[in-house]
Design a protein around this ligand. Structure first.
Ligand code: HEM
Length: 397
């Protein structure tokens, strides 16, 4: 399922233009070589059917004999050899080993670079800035969500120290990864003009080091959070009511909720699913060419008919090792942008957006009135377990 999700966005970009040129153009005038129209179509960003070049790599067996010692007949011609190199079908022997060693020219590299520096950077930045703007607007309209009732002065334990440790490990690592990831993607554009090449070289090297190494803390914390909280994040009937009432954000009163309300469950599952996807694609980048997964995912999508349903046609199932890396990089960045936007909203509501929320992750103790308003069903469960009458919680200092 995760693999299936992985390809959606990227395949849309990579494959959408595949059927651009439907009728084979007449190339008689160029003797079968590419025409001006082919070149112009490529410059317009259309992907032309290039099999007439891709497959024209000569056939030494069918060639005429070499006519004399310095003769040029026979074998494959230079253009044919270059085409074979370009389309990755030349028979190459390399002194170093590894899956990428025999790929000398990788045709999709330019498209990847243009997408990375163009739409990915632009729309990713818009997404983050737009989210911040929306949160600011929400704050202006709705203000801080206050505790409505009279505070009791009593507190309830909401998260144990190991839970808070897991949360802050996840949060701390994610924030560092987010900042250093953005430096890697956008630093050349924004930091070089501001600080110069030399300073940026230092920042970029440090940033990459932090990003590569802190990733492990994120993965450990992700597992911790999953193990500790999954039980509280399984959907139940109270979620439907909570969602129908929009969490009570704009209305009076709060819909009942267990330990985590439906909104928090959405955050939890976003963190788990998107965080896992970011981790897996990150590992593919950390260990180059060792974890190719897109060709296999595309094959699954083709066989399950998912690509057809999505209108993507038949997805390519043979990808150059570099293409796998390029897709991993784009997917890693796209999913990270989405999760960063979600987490910005989470940070807002867990800090300035709601009175009394931060304490849950700060001290682990929350005001009982806050708990009754936001998680009434959970308070009942806690009280039942304690076997104490309401009001038997620890007095606040
Ligand atoms: C400075 C940043 C952050 C603050 C102030 C913050 C605050 C909080 C608070 C107060 C809670 C408990 C809510 C409750 O008692 O019901 C919480 C829960 C949680 N946090 Fe954070 N958090 C931050 C960053 C992050 C990051 C970066 C992630 C993940 C990448 C994350 C993931 C979660 C998850 C999954 C939960 C449980 C579900 C939920 O309450 O939404 N947090 N956070």
């Amino acid at each position: 399922m995760l693999r299936a999700l992985i390809v959606l966005l990227l395949s849309a970009f990579f494959i959408s233009t595949a059927s651009a040129q439907e009728t084979a153009p007449d190339r008689a005038a160029t003797g079968g070589a590419q025409t001006l129209e082919d070149i112009l179509a490529r410059q317009r960003g259309e992907e032309i059917d290039d099999s007439f070049r891709r497959d024209a790599i000569g056939n030494p067996d069918a060639a005429a004999d070499i006519s004399n010692q310095l003769g040029t007949l026979g074998g494959a011609s230079d253009p044919e050899l270059w085409r074979a190199l370009r389309y990755n079908s030349a028979d190459i022997t390399a002194s170093n080993s590894g899956p990428a060693a025999t790929v000398l020219v990788q045709d999709g590299g330019m498209r990847w670079l243009m997408f990375r520096d163009g739409p990915l950077s632009t729309y990713g930045s818009y997404l983050l800035l737009g989210t911040i703007a929306l949160l600011a607007l929400f704050f202006v309209i709705r203000g801080r969500i206050r505790i409505d009732g009279e505070k009791t002065g009593r507190t309830i334990e909401r998260f144990k120290s190991v839970e808070r440790f897991g949360h802050w490990l996840l949060a701390g690592s994610f924030i560092l990864l987010g900042i250093t990831g953005l430096i890697s993607l956008l630093g050349r554009k924004f930091l070089i003009p501001a600080f110069g090449h030399e300073a940026f070289a230092f920042i970029a090297v440090g940033s990459k080091w932090v990003h590569n190494n802190v990733s492990w803390a994120f993965m450990v914390a992700l597992v911790m959070i999953f193990v500790m909280w999954v039980i509280h994040n399984l959907p139940d009937r109270s979620d439907i009511n909570w969602l129908l009432k929009g969490g009570g954000i704009f209305s009076k009163g709060h819909p009942p909720a267990k330990k985590f309300n439906a909104g928090q469950k959405l955050i939890f599952w976003s963190v788990i699913v998107l965080g896992t996807s970011i981790s897996v694609s990150g590992l593919a980048l950390l260990f180059p060419f060792e974890l190719p997964m897109f060709a296999a995912t595309f094959a699954k999508m083709n066989s399950l008919g998912i690509s057809g349903v999505l209108g993507l046609g038949e997805l390519p199932t043979v990808l150059a090792p570099h293409e796998e890396m390029q897709l991993a990089q784009l997917w890693h960045a796209i999913v990270s942008f989405v999760l960063m936007a979600i987490i910005l909203a989470h940070i807002y509501i867990g800090s300035v957006g709601m009175e009394g929320a931060y304490d849950a992750m700060g001290t682990g103790q929350v005001e009982e009135q806050w708990a009754r308003e936001h998680h009434s069903l959970w308070v009942e469960e806690v009280k039942e377990k304690e076997g104490a009458a309401p009001g038997g919680a620890t007095p606040a200092e």
